[in-house]
Design a protein around this ligand. Structure first.
Ligand code: NAD
Ligand code: WQD
Length: 341
C-alpha cells in the first residue's frame, strides 16, 4: 500500500498539524508551500514533535511546471490540498488575487494528478459554503447559500470542480472536508497558528490580547437572536481536525470510499457562543481578558454548527479534545511565540 502523501500548503496552520498526524500514523509526507502565509519554523516544529523531517519543496502551486517536477520526483498516490489564501475580508478587496491563487492551484493539482495517475485527493473546504443556513445544525445535504465573499466562492467552485473532475474520471477519488472553526495548537506548543498582522479570527485575537499584543478584544455583537446574544460557532480542535485528514486518506487508500466524491462536515456538533469561548479561555488559563462589546461585524452569520452524524458514522471520525484543553493549548502556543514565561 502506497503511504506517501503530497501535502500542499503543508507549512501552514492546518497543514503542519496534519503532517504531524500523518507521520504519527506511518505516512511519508512530501510538503510543497510557497511561504506566502507561513515560514520554515512550522517545519522545524513538525520535526521536533515527530523526529522526522518531512521532504519539503518550495513551490508555488500556481506554477504548474514547478509542481510537475514534484510529481516527476515522488510517487505519492494521495494529495491533501491546503494551499490557498483564506482571509475573507481581503478576498472582497482583492477578488482576482483569490480566484487566481485558489482556483489555479487546484486546477494544476488536479491536472497533474490526472496526468500522473495519482488517484486520491482531500480538499480543504469550509462551513462558509452553508452561509446563513435556514436549519441548524447543518448536514452535508443542507443547501449551500450564495457566497458572500470571493473566498467563500472559491470554496464552492472548488467543490464543484472536484465533483465534476471525479465524475469524469474512472479512477479519481475526492473527499471535501468542510471545516467549521479550527482553533488551538499542538499540545507541545511547538506548532500553532501564526497570523500575520492583526488577526481576523477570534482565538488568535484573544490570545494576543492576553499576551498584551492587542489592547482589548472587541466582541462583535451581543444582540443576535442566540441564547446569550453573541454569535455561535462550532470550534474544532486543530489536532482533531488534523486527524480527520488521516482518516479520509486511509478511507481512499484502502478503497473504502462509497463514491468517487464525498463530502464530510468536520466539527464537534456543539454550538459555543463567543461569550462562552471568552469565559472558557479565562477559566482554562486562570486569567482575565480585557474585552468590550462592539458593533456587529458585517458578513457574520448569527450561528452555525455541524451535524456530525456522517463524519462519525460513515467516515469513522469524531472530535475528542475538550474545549478546555484546546484553549489551554492556544495560550501555551501564544506564550511560546511571544517568549512569555
Ligand atoms: P494557512 O494560510 O496557515 O495555510 C495555507 C498554506 O498554503 C500557507 O502555508 C501558504 O503559504 C500556502 N499557500 C498559499 N497559496 C499557495 C500556493 N499558491 N502555492 C503554495 N503554497 C501556498 O491556512 P490554514 O488555516 O492552514 O488553511 C488551510 C486550508 O484550509 C486553506 O485552503 C483554507 O482555505 C482552508 N480552511 C481554513 C479554515 C481556517 O479557519 N483556518 C477554515 C476552513 C477552511
Ligand atoms: C468567530 C466569531 C465573530 C473576532 C471564519 C471564516 C470562515 C472559516 C473560519 C475559512 C464571530 C467573533 C471574531 C473578534 C469577535 N475560514 N469575533 N471578535 O467568521 O466564524 O469564520 O474562519 O474557511 O470562512 O469566515 O470565524 O474566528 O473570525 O469569528 O467577536 O475579534 O467570533 O464575530 O462571531 P468565522 P472568526
Amino acid at each position: 500500500m502506497n503511504r506517501k502523501v503530497l501535502v500542499t500548503g503543508g507549512a501552514g496552520y492546518i497543514g503542519s498539524h496534519t503532517t504531524v498526524e500523518l507521520i504519527n500514523a506511518g505516512y511519508e509526507v512530501i510538503i510543497v508551500d510557497n511561504f506566502s502565509n507561513s515560514d520554515p519554523s512550522s517545519l522545524e516544529g513538525v520535526e521536533r514533535i515527530t523526529g522526522v523531517k518531512p521532504t519539503f519543496i518550495e513551490v508555488d502551486c500556481c506554477d504548474k511546471e514547478a509542481l510537475r517536477k514534484v510529481f516527476e520526483a515522488h510517487d505519492f498516490m494521495s494529495v491533501i490540498h491546503f494551499a490557498a489564501y483564506k482571509a475573507v475580508g481581503e478576498s472582497v478587496e482583492k477578488p482576482l488575487m483569490y480566484y487566481r491563487n485558489n482556483m489555479l492551484s487546484l486546477i494544476n493539482v488536479l491536472d497533474l494528478m490526472s496526468e500522473y495517475n495519482r488517484p486520491n485527493i482531500v480538499f480543504s473546504s469550509s462551513a462558509t459554503v452553508y452561509g446563513d443556513a435556514d436549519v441548524l445544525p447543518v448536514t452535508e445535504l443542507t443547501p449551500r447559500k450564495p457566497a458572500t465573499s470571493a473566498y467563500g466562492n472559491t470554496k464552492q467552485m472548488a467543490e464543484d470542480i472536484l465533483r465534476d473532475a471525479t465524475a469524469a474520471s474512472a479512477t479519481l477519488h475526492g473527499i471535501a472536508l468542510r471545516y467549521f472553526n479550527p482553533i488551538g495548537a499542538h499540545p507541545s506548543a511547538l506548532i500553532g497558528e501564526l497570523p500575520r498582522g492583526v488577526p481576523n479570527n477570534l482565538v488568535p485575537y484573544i490570545t494576543q490580547t492576553a499576551a498584551g499584543v492587542r489592547e482589548c478584544l472587541s466582541i462583535f455583537g451581543d444582540d443576535y437572536a442566540t441564547p446569550d446574544g453573541s454569535c455561535q460557532r462550532d470550534f474544532i480542535d486543530i489536532v482533531d481536525l488534523a486527524r480527520a485528514h488521516v482518516v479520509a486518506i486511509g478511507r481512499m487508500v484502502e478503497g473504502r470510499s462509497k463514491s468517487q466524491y464525498e463530502v464530510f462536515n468536520v466539527g464537534t456538533g456543539r454550538p459555543v457562543s463567543v461569550f462562552e469561548l471568552v469565559n472558557g479561555f479565562e477559566k482554562a488559563n486562570n486569567l482575565k481578558l480585557n474585552y468590550k462589546i462592539a458593533a456587529r461585524r458585517s458578513g457574520d452569520v448569527p450561528a452555525v454548527w455541524a451535524d456530525t452524524t456522517l463524519a462519525n458514522e460513515e467516515l469513522g471520525w469524531k472530535a475528542e479534545r475538550e474545549l478546555n484543553d484546546t484553549l489551554r493549548a492556544a495560550w501555551m502556543w501564544e506564550k511560546h511565540v511571544r517568549g512569555i514565561e
